[in-house]
Structure formats: structure tokens, C-alpha cells
Design a protein around this ligand. Structure first.
Ligand code: NAG
Length: 775
């Protein structure tokens, strides 16, 4: 210890003693993702110039990263002493694990690999004041006065990831983002100890990677003439009339890949096949089955122009892969495989010939032939393939890794066949879905994936045994960008959900706790502010639920952050600091409009929560459904269908809607007493692009007070593009005859297997049902 340091220590100790009220009580640091174990020790490491940093080539990437990080803003003078020291520790089991020991005059980073040490550095980074992020922490000599800020609490952290694959995906085909932004995206991935960037480079709406042998990919496939304005469901479709596009040159790709390597992030490129290929086919029509000249797609969805299975296509794809392979050191190449309608293959002579000569059963086996042939080629070049779970269709290519996105069924199937799996189910990993029910949210594709749901994701499907679970490599957050044209908007969709995902893939289940997590998010947001990263902030929003106890109904409010005070009104009037303070569930006896918000001592912190309870005759009564809602869309349970609250029009995943996959339903509402009932209303979601189809037929049965029954059959017109289909039924009663009803039964027939020519053809349709309003 240098003489100077001893003096500093003495000054510091006398400072602490001189102002007792300032004695600092150590808190567990607010690190995201939360480490495996952290122990607080006495004392501080003072950030005091000069600071020694020493490491050798074993820790080149992590050491260089820390050096650069500390030198932002030029406040810290680094020497090559060993105040901060990197040690090789072969006893650490997990190659990505590390130990970080903060001592009064030393910081020791121990790891078995540079990557492990890199994650220690990311933890250390979060122990420093946020201002270090942009070098605006200007005066480290102030450390003596602000022990909490510029000195680090002594502690020991031992840490390692739960999963080896920790990914984030970005679609640059629907909208493209600058190289600088892609690097910032990689920065965020690395900061959160994630290690994979899945770069979705080609799709129907644009081909974004330079392939020198095929110049028309750059000239034609990289540009679309115009783009759909607003949401796909807005009718009629309107277009902006502006040419849109661009591509990354191979030099830019190399630059991005090298940048990612300098942060221990692997870049997996995705070249989509055989579907989502319309951009490529627009440049080289011969690659399709019909030879037709098609445009680069200008709207979103699934397109029938897919790669033909003729040899010319394979020649093209092999040439493309020959240029892609040397750019990406990654073991994996993602070959897409999703959403390939077989319409053209069915009527294509060459594809039908291929089916015959290869002895294939049908077009699904042809899909398998396609993927397996590409896999063989890539394996021969030392690469492995990953594909979306449709690659299970017609048999799985021998060495393929499956990316399970349509729920977890694909994952279970693949793991049971001893194939590796990466989990990205739409229900928990699609960051293009809405994250709040707030009507002011920017437009999103649909769905509903709030922070808490991401946080609660367990990548291991419950159907798997411990042995089979080993095939689950990890999980990934996906960002499809149909509705995300700007970089700010990308950040908004990604943050804070990426924070939750980082903890899903890194932290042990027993260390996870949502209440504690959101507090850490609140703290982390300060770092994002300094980093100038845009994020959605729904931390100060409120949630509510109707509860029924002993035949009485109450409304319960919850704040995301438990330490905040909720104020509310019940007459729809604006909420302010003079409104009621919420202390216990509010009795509800009539239709009510609740407004509520979280305030600190002087101002409102978040958006105003507003909920309308439409008090109808079934509210709080008994309801049973013969099927359990799908676990990803179980809302607030069957009771949610008679809680007086309707779901939002666009967010079928909110807690008021219930989702069932391919099942017929019987719903019984027991009113408990005979009532005069005239109408039954409900709604079904019908967003066919997401395989949600309103049912065509519903049978209604009413049991009257004398035990007799009234029945009726209702036919719904679901063959249109309305997102929501209403059922609005008035009970036909003979004139002047009052009838009393005690039980209502609805038998809802699922739409069935989705027919050819419709989105999701061949799949089971989803049924989504909202509030059943009885009056
Ligand atoms: C799916 C498509 C994707 C689209 C996204 C939107 C996969 C594997 N495929 O329909 O092209 O952008 O959903 O959420 O996700």
C-alpha cells in the first residue's frame, strides 16, 4: 500500500467517524442479471487516482474493455500496478463463470477464461456510478464525500450463467438500422452478459447482406418500392410511396463481427429459406417455382413465393453461403425454415419431380429434403444449422438445432429426439408485442408481453426429464421490426424486457424475485439514461383485479414498485394527491370507472391507470370451463370472463382474454339464483396472421327456473379481416312471457385445422374469448 493510500484511508476513516449520521449501511448491490452469490464485507475500495490495472494476454479482451471503460472522460489515470488484478483460476467450473473480490485496496477478478473475466468486468461496471458510462463522472477526488458513489463496497461475488446460449435477435430486413446502432445493440447484449446476436438478414421485404456473386441482390432485392402505412389490420391498405432499403457491405459485416468478438458476443447470421424469400426471388425470378417477376414485398405477412427445390436454387444458396461462411466465425448459421407455404411447390413440376425422384411422401418431406440438403452442405464446411421449429416438419435434419418459437412443442419434440434447442416462444420472447395495456403505447404487431411475463419465463419445458433438459441450450429475445422503423423504437421495445431476459438465461431460479427485480430495474434506468438508451418505463403503472368474496365484489390495485403510494377516484374524475389513498380492496356494487396513479410526495410518477367495470348480471358468479386455457394465455383465469372487465381490442394476450389452442369449449355460468336475462354478449379475437380464428358456430343453452331448457345455435361470420368478431345475442322470448334463467351454457366449436390458402394453414386454430356480458 502506498503512503498516499494510507493517508487517504486515514482521512476517510476520520471522515466516517466525524459524521456518524452518514455511516453507510451496505446494501446488496443492484446487479442485473443477479449473480449466483454475493457477500458484503466491511470497507470500501476507494476510486482514487492513480489506479493500477494489470492483466496479461489471457485476459486481453476483458482487460482492454475495462481499460477503455475506465478511461472514458479521462478522469481516471491508470498505471500498470495491480490495484485491479486479473487472475487465472482453473478451479472455476463454468468457463463463463468468475469471482469478483472487492477489497479495501484491491479488486481481484478471477476466471478460467477471458469470457468469464469479461462478465466480472460487466459486474464491476454496475458497481460504479452510472456516470462512468459516458465519462461524465468528472471528479473522482470527491469520493471522500460521497462514499456511496465513488467508492465500491467491499464484497465477494461468485457467479456463473444458468444457460450457455443467451441471445438477442434483430430483424434488419423489415427495417434496417445503421452499423453504429447494431454495435450499440451488441453493447447492450454484452453489458447484460448475453453472448449471442442473431442477425436476421434476409426476408420478403429486403435482402440486407452483400453477396458479390449476385449483384442484383444489392440492386433489386435490397429495396422495396414502398411500405405499408399503419397496421396490417387497418383496411384498406395504404402505402407511403417511398422507396426503402439498403444492405450491409461485407466490410461492414466484418466490422460488426469483429466488434462483437471484442465483447465476447457471437453473431449468428440468418439467411432465410425456403420461405420468406420473396426479395431474393424478385431479383432472380428463376429461384421461385413460377419464374414470375415479383416485387420485393411491401407489406407484412407470409408470402407464397418461396424458393423452388430445383438444383438452380441450391447452386444459388450454396454460392451465397460460400460468401457468408467466411464472414462469420460462429459455429452456427441460421437457415430460417419458418412459414413456407407449400402452395407453389404443389403445382410446380420440378418440385413434384423432386418428390418422386427422392421418394418423398409430400411437400412437408420436401421441406425436410431442402433443409437437410443445406445442412449437409454447411456441415461439410464445418458449420452447424439452426432453424425455426418448422424444420421439424417431415423429419428433422440430422444435426440441426431447433429454435422453438411456436410455443414449446417444437422444443419438446426436438429435445426428445436428442437435438439441441434454443427457446424463443412467442408467448415470452417476442419483444415486438405490446408491453403495456396503456393506450398511448406506440403501435406494435399485437399480442401482449409485459415485463413480468418475460421475467417469469422458464426456458425448460415442464414435459422434459432432467436428461432431456440438457438439450435446452438457452433462450433468446426476438425483435421483429415490421412496426419498428426507428432505432429509438427498437430500444423502447427491447428495454426493459432484455433486462428480464438476461436474468432468465443467467440467474438461478432460487435467486429470482420479481419485486426485487423491478427495484433493480428502477435503479438500472439511471444507467440507461446516461447511456442515452430509450426505454419503456411502466414501473409506475398500476394493475388491478376484481376479486369476489362471500358474494361481494372488490377491486384490488397493485403498484409494480411496492414502496409507492396509490391514489384513486371512482367516478372517472382526474386523480391527484387529494384523491383517496389506496389501502385496501375497494367494494364494487355498480358500474364504476376507476382511475388510479402512483405519486411521490409531490408529483405523479407514471401514467394514469383507468379501468371500467361494467357491472352486469354475471359479475362475480360461478363459471366453469371444461378446458384449461393455454398456459401462456390463461389471463386471470375463467373468472376473468365474468369480472365486468373487457380486454383490449388489440392485445389478446392481456389478462382479460383467454386463449385455447385447437379445443372445443363448454363454458357454464351458474348465476346462483333465477334471473331475468335478455342478452348475452362476448367477443372473439380473429387475427388470422397469428392463427387466431373466431369460431364459426356457438351453441347456447339456458336452463330455466322450471328446469326446462332453451337452446339456440349462432353462426358467426369470421371470414373477414376484422380483428375482433362480436357475438351479440338477444334471447327470443314469447311476448309478455317473463322467463327466469339460472344457468347459461355456451358450447364453442373451435375453427378447426386452418385450411390451405389461409395464414397458418395446416395448424390448429386458436380461440380467444373475452368477457361474457349477461344482462
Ligand atoms: C412470425 C414470423 C416472422 C414475423 C414475426 C412477427 C417467426 C419465426 N416468423 O410470423 O417473420 O416477423 O412472427 O411477430 O417469428
Amino acid at each position: 500500500m502506498s503512503f498516499k493510500k494510507i493517508v487517504v484511508l486515514l482521512v476517510f476513516i476520520s471522515f466516517l467517524y466525524s459524521c456518524e449520521s452518514k455511516v453507510y449501511v451496505a446494501e446488496i448491490p443492484q446487479i442485473i442479471p443477479t449473480p449466483s452469490s454475493q457477500t458484503i464485507n466491511e470497507g470500501y475500495f476507494l476510486l482514487e487516482n492513480p489506479i493500477g490495472l494489470s492483466y496479461d494476454d489471457t485476459f486481453k479482451i476483458s482487460g482492454d474493455f475495462l481499460r477503455k471503460y475506465l478511461q472514458k472522460g479521462n478522469t481516471i489515470q491508470l498505471t500498470d500496478n495491480d490495484d485491479i488484478q486479473f487472475l487465472l483460476d482453473e478451479t472455476i467450473e463454468n468457463p463463463e463463470g468468475y469471482k469478483l473480490s472487492i477489497q479495501p485496496f484491491k479488486i481481484i477478478i478471477s476466471a478460467k477464461t477471458d469470457q468469464g473475466a469479461f462478465y466480472a468486468v460487466q459486474t464491476l461496471r454496475q458497481l460504479l456510478p452510472p456516470e462512468f458510462e459516458n465519462g461524465s463522472f468528472s471528479d473522482i477526488s470527491t469520493s471522500l464525500n460521497t462514499s456511496k458513489n465513488a467508492s465500491i463496497q467491499c464484497m465477494t461475488i461468485t457467479d456463473a450463467p444458468l444457460f450457455q446460449y443467451r441471445g438477442m435477435h434483430l430483424d434488419v430486413a423489415r427495417h434496417q438500422f445503421s452499423v453504429d446502432f447494431i454495435k450499440q445493440y451488441i453493447d447492450a447484449i454484452a453489458m447484460l452478459k448475453m453472448n449471442t446476436f442473431h442477425w436476421h438478414l434476409t426476408d420478403d421485404q429486403g435482402w440486407r447482406i452483400e453477396i458479390k456473386k449476385y449483384p442484383e441482390l444489392q440492386e433489386i432485392a435490397a429495396y422495396r418500392n414502398e411500405t405499408l402505412i399503419g397496421h396490417y389490420s387497418d383496411q384498406p391498405h395504404q402505402f407511403d410511396g417511398k422507396r426503402y432499403g439498403g444492405f450491409y457491405t461485407q466490410e461492414e459485416v466484418k466490422d460488426v463481427v469483429a466488434y462483437a468478438q471484442s465483447q465476447h458476443v457471437t453473431v449468428i447470421p440468418e439467411i432465410e429459406m425456403p420461405g420468406h424469400a420473396q426479395a431474393a426471388i424478385s431479383a432472380y425470378p428463376n429461384l421461385g417455382c413460377t419464374g414470375e417477376q415479383v416485387d420485393v414485398a411491401q407489406k407484412w405477412g407470409v408470402f407464397e413465393h418461396i424458393f423452388c427445390s430445383k438444383d438452380d436454387t441450391f447452386d444459388f444458396l450454396e454460392d451465397v453461403l460460400d460468401e457468408v461462411i467466411p464472414l462469420f466465425p460462429s459455429e452456427y448459421i441460421h437457415i430460417g425454415g419458418d412459414e413456407a407455404p407449400k402452395t407453389n411447390w404443389k403445382r410446380c413440376e420440378q418440385c413434384q419431380n423432386r418428390i418422386k425422384t427422392e421418394g418423398l411422401k409430400d411437400e412437408h418431406e420436401l421441406q425436410n429434403y431442402f433443409i437437410t440438403r443445406i445442412e449437409k452442405y454447411l456441415n461439410s464446411k464445418g458449420k452447424q444449422i439452426i432453424g425455426w421449429d418448422e424444420i421439424l416438419e417431415g423429419g428433422l435434419a440430422p444435426n440441426a438445432t431447433v429454435m422453438s418459437w411456436r410455443g414449446t412443442k417444437g422444443a419438446v419434440e426436438a429435445a426428445k429426439q436428442k437435438h439441441n434447442v434454443v427457446m424463443t416462444p412467442t408467448s415470452h420472447c417476442y419483444f415486438d408485442y405490446y408491453q403495456s395495456t396503456n393506450p398511448e403505447e406506440p403501435i406494435a404487431i399485437g399480442g401482449f408481453l409485459p415485463l413480468e411475463k418475460v421475467y417469469g419465463f422458464n426456458p425448460i419445458p415442464s414435459e422434459l426429464s432432467a436428461e432431456e433438459s440438457k438439450y435446452i441450450l438457452g433462450a433468446q429475445g426476438n425483435l421483429w421490426t415490421e412496426y419498428i422503423p426507428t432505432e429509438d423504437h427498437v430500444e423502447y421495445m427491447v428495454f426493459p424486457r432484455i433486462l428480464a431476459m438476461s436474468e432468465v438465461v443467467w440467474s438461478k431460479n432460487e435467486n429470482k424475485d420479481y419485486t426485487n427485480f423491478v427495484k433493480r430495474v428502477e435503479n438500472f434506468n439511471k444507467r440507461l439514461d446516461v447511456l442515452d438508451i430509450n426505454y419503456a418505463n411502466h414501473l409506475y403503472e398500476i394493475e388491478g383485479e376484481l376479486i369476489s368474496e362471500e358474494n361481494k365484489n372488490y377491486y384490488k390495485l397493485y403498484a409494480t414498485l411496492e414502496d409507492k403510494t396509490i391514489y384513486y377516484t371512482l367516478d372517472g374524475s382526474p386523480v391527484n394527491l387529494f384523491s383517496h389513498t389506496y389501502t385496501k380492496p375497494i367494494p364494487i356494487t355498480e358500474s364504476t370507472k376507476i382511475k388510479a396513479a402512483v405519486f411521490d410526495t409531490e408529483k405523479r410518477l407514471g401514467n394514469v391507470f383507468s379501468e371500467t367495470i361494467n357491472y352486469h348480471k354475471a359479475v362475480g358468479k360461478k363459471i366453469t370451463i371444461n378446458k384449461t386455457p393455454h398456459k401462456s394465455y390463461s389471463g386471470c383465469g375463467p373468472e376473468g370472463l365474468i369480472n365486468g372487465i373487457s380486454g383490449s381490442d388489440s392485445r389478446y394476450g392481456d389478462k382479460e382474454w383467454l386463449g385455447f389452442w385447437g379445443e372445443d369449449l363448454e363454458i357454464v355460468i351458474d348465476l346462483g339464483e333465477n334471473m331475468d336475462i335478455n342478452t348475452i354478449k362476448t367477443r372473439f379475437h380473429n387475427v388470422q396472421g397469428q392463427w387466431i380464428y373466431a369460431p364459426s358456430e356457438i351453441f347456447l343453452e339456458f336452463i330455466l327456473d322450471d328446469g326446462s331448457k332453451l337452446t339456440d345455435k349462432i353462426t358467426l361470420n369470421n371470414d373477414n379481416s376484422n380483428d375482433v368478431i362480436d357475438l351479440d345475442y338477444t334471447i327470443p322470448k314469447p311476448k309478455n312471457m317473463g322467463i327466469k334463467i339460472k344457468t347459461i351454457r355456451l358450447n364453442i366449436t373451435n375453427y378447426g385445422t386452418i385450411p390451405d390458402g389461409k395464414q397458418g394453414a395446416g395448424q390448429k386454430a386458436w380461440t380467444f374469448i373475452d368477457e361474457i356480458i349477461v344482462n
